[in-house]
Design a binder for this molecule. Structure first.
Ligand SMILES: Nc1ncnc2c1ncn2[C@@H]1O[C@H](COP(=O)(O)OP(=O)(O)O)[C@@H](O)[C@H]1O
Ligand SMILES: Cc1cn([C@H]2C[C@H](O)[C@@H](COP(=O)(O)O)O2)c(=O)[nH]c1=O
Length: 226
């Protein structure tokens, strides 16, 4: 039976990479998929991963109707075995309803990828509706890490290097970007305290010098407790 699956997590946890892997494995077996995205960092009509892979995709803007697009495509004789949507957090609730109709009425698998919450820890509209409707919600296995070493569960936005909790919900950007607006993944504790790596003065997780003899470990690796 066809299903609506939502692969969710923080930024930089490998969602787009997994989307491209699913696409690769299925197309290698002769299956045909349609790929959609919105506001990918690589530009309109692109689905890109930080591992360097990129593929063409249909840019699904606010007015895009997924179900109507599929019906038109199939009616014209096209074949579709599965659908992939990346950056699904940006979709409207109505567009996610259209994805559910593709599964239920057309019998086509839909694999949706997106971040769960925004920089204020609030659900994005598309993610909220996907959690409400998906047959399966999967958290990715490769965990992104906070600077303290804990699993990163939240996305922080920085403006000129400082973490902010106010602003527009949608600002396309990247982690580790030395730009005006950037993002950093944090554990909840450090998100609540607005403690980014820079604010905490954190160095690498694994110190590359051995602690001096007689210096306790806690003193040799400061800044890990936050
Ligand atoms: N140079 C690298 N070598 C190995 N893995 C990398 C490298 N750069 C990024 N990655 C992996 O890619 C992941 C980000 O993948 P991506 O699909 O772009 O994430 P998402 O779509 O969730 O934002 C990182 O968490 C890391 O596991
Ligand atoms: C937290 C947060 C993120 N965004 C943007 C930033 C990126 O362009 C995408 C996420 O892409 P990724 O492939 O998952 O890294 O979302 C945003 O607009 N608002 C936010 O609050």
């Amino acid at each position: 039976m066809a299903e609506l699956a939502f692969f969710s997590g923080t930024m930089d946890c490998g969602k787009s990479t997994l989307a491209l892997q699913i696409q690769h494995n299925r197309s290698a077996r002769g299956l045909t998929g349609l790929i959609f995205t919105r506001n990918d960092r690589a530009g309109a009509g692109r689905l890109s991963s930080r591992l360097g892979l990129v593929t063409d995709a249909v840019e699904a803007d606010e007015s895009f109707d997924f179900h109507a697009h599929l019906v038109t495509y199939l009616t014209a004789g096209g074949r579709v075995d599965y659908v992939i949507t990346d950056e699904s957090q940006f979709l409207s609730a109505g567009q996610v309803d259209q994805l559910a109709r593709i599964v239920d009425d057309l019998g086509i698998d839909v694999f949706a990828f997106g971040i769960t919450t925004d920089f204020r820890t609030r659900l994005f509209p598309g993610s909220q509706r996907l959690i409400e409707l998906a047959d399966r919600v999967e958290v990715l296995q490769v965990e992104a890490l906070c600077w303290c070493g804990a699993r990163a569960t939240h996305n922080a936005r920085t403006v000129d290097g400082r973490m902010v909790v106010e602003g527009a919900q949608v600002v396309v950007g990247d982690v580790g970007a030395g730009k005006e607006v950037g993002y950093e993944v944090l554990c909840r504790r450090h998100h609540r305290r607005r403690l980014t790596a820079a604010a905490a003065g954190a160095g690498p997780l694994s110190p590359d010098v051995l602690p001096a003899e007689g210096v306790p470990q806690s003193a040799a690796a400061p800044g890990r407790q936050g």
